[in-house]
Design a protein around this ligand. Structure first.
Ligand code: PLP
Length: 393
């Protein structure tokens, strides 16, 4: 048989994550100790009470049927969480939809909303599913550059009017991945006005809502007046409660958008495993001391990594949030060359910035998914790597 992928699939670039994983494996096989800072999968465990709930429910054999959708208790738990954490009121019946991880919703939303030829404003650099989902739907991507000199916020006023006439949706994420910047209230207000003016659905990805450092405010897009009229917000238990492998997340906000996505999803999946839903309810309605401890640990990791890199003369911006450092690489390097050499020569795996869009060139993304000692060791290895490079230049 001669089987060829569809044009849509062919359009998706081969996963750079896979390429990095292969190089990592090769280095390990060659006897190298690799410090893996590539994938953003938390190394912290979920809170013990969440694991206990999961085990209790999983030991009841009546809990193994299709759930079809989220249990009402889950929607109420999300509504409670949003009120407690972000001062946002949500109607649990109509403004909350459970997902198999926020990736599920992000991957399917464009197909549910976009017709071929519709434009979608997508951040560059941005999390890869944003672009892939629009390609799957046959939409047209209009990249919004996120530049350091603009505090990584898109310049909405620079988007041509003829593009806006054809635009149905825009995607933003603060704090995001790989760009860890935060947005302020005034930017979100500007987005609401802009979206209303041009009849655009705003999709805010808030997957890192609980990894915000230095006492910065945790600003949900939904907390901005008028946001629900034009927008939705994706969130997840993956990073907040270290339940990435459980595949549970949710989207909140605009009823119409949620209804459309729910209807599309009813054809695609049959719901999340009941014990996982119950564990998620337990997490979302806990007392949140866990979140405070966790954010402090990530903050410590960030400080250890950044100060370690500074010792080698590599000054990278301090992430205000997330589990990543978005690091501008030293002059003279291309992202891929730098990342690949770093695995090969130093045994440190990071992701080259161009994996996230053209404007990611010149950067690497470092995931803080190892304890401080390992991050400090990684910084030392990078120091030696850079010294060696400057000696041989
Ligand atoms: C910005 C961002 N959004 C969404 C996701 C998807 O997360 P999940 O599907 O586990 O909720 C990720 C995962 O890394 C992410 O970094």
């Amino acid at each position: 048989m001669n089987l060829v992928a569809s044009e849509k699939v062919k359009k998706m670039s081969a996963s750079i994550f896979q390429e990095v994983a292969n190089l990592k494996l090769k280095a390990i096989k060659a006897g190298m100790d690799v410090i893996d800072l590539s994938v953003g999968s938390p190394d912290f465990p979920p809170p013990p009470f969440v694991v206990d709930t999961l085990i209790d429910c999983a030991s009841d054999s009546s809990n193994y049927g299709y759930t079809l959708t989220g249990i009402p208790e889950f929607n109420h738990a999300v509504s409670y969480f949003y009120k407690q954490r972000y001062e946002v009121d949500l109607n649990p019946e109509s403004e909350v939809l459970q997902l198999m991880g926020s990736q599920d919703g992000l991957a399917h939303l464009a197909t549910a909303i976009i017709n071929p030829g519709d434009y979608v404003l997508v951040p560059d650099p941005g999390y890869p599913i944003y672009e892939a989902s629009v390609n799957i739907a046959g939409g047209v991507i209009y990249p919004m550059p996120l530049l350091a000199e603009n505090k990584f916020l898109p310049m909405l006023e620079e988007i041509p009017l003829d593009v806006l006439d054809k635009t149905k949706m825009m995607i933003i994420s603060y704090p995001g991945n790989p760009v860890t910047a935060l947005a302020d209230q005034s930017f979100f207000e500007k987005v609401v006005t802009f979206a209303k003016q041009h009849n655009i659905l705003v999709v805010h990805d808030f997957a890192y809502s609980e990894l915000i450092f230095d006492g910065n405010p945790q600003l949900s897009f939904m907390s901005v007046p008028g946001a629900k009229e034009i927008g939705i917000e994706f969130n997840s238990l993956s990073k907040t409660f270290n339940m990435a492998g459980c595949r549970i997340g949710y989207v909140v906000g605009n009823e119409q958008a949620i209804d459309i996505l729910a209807s599309f999803k009813s054809h695609i999946d049959y719901g999340v495993f009941y014990p996982i839903q119950k564990a998620a309810v337990r997490a979302l309605t806990s007392d949140f001391t866990f979140l405070k401890t966790q954010v402090n640990e990530y903050e410590l990791r960030r400080d250890v990594l950044i100060s370690g890199l500074e010792k080698s003369g590599w000054y990278v911006a301090k992430s205000p949030a997330t589990m990543f450092v978005w690091a501008k690489i030293p002059a003279g390097w291309k992202s891929r060359e730098f990342a690949f050499e770093l695995i090969d020569q130093a045994g440190v795996a990071v992701i080259p910035g161009d994996a996230f869009g053209d404007l990611g060139e010149g950067y690497v993304r470092i995931a803080m998914v190892q304890p401080p000692e390992r991050l400090s060791q990684a910084a030392e290895r990078i120091h030696e790597f850079l010294m060696e490079y400057s000696r041989n230049k």
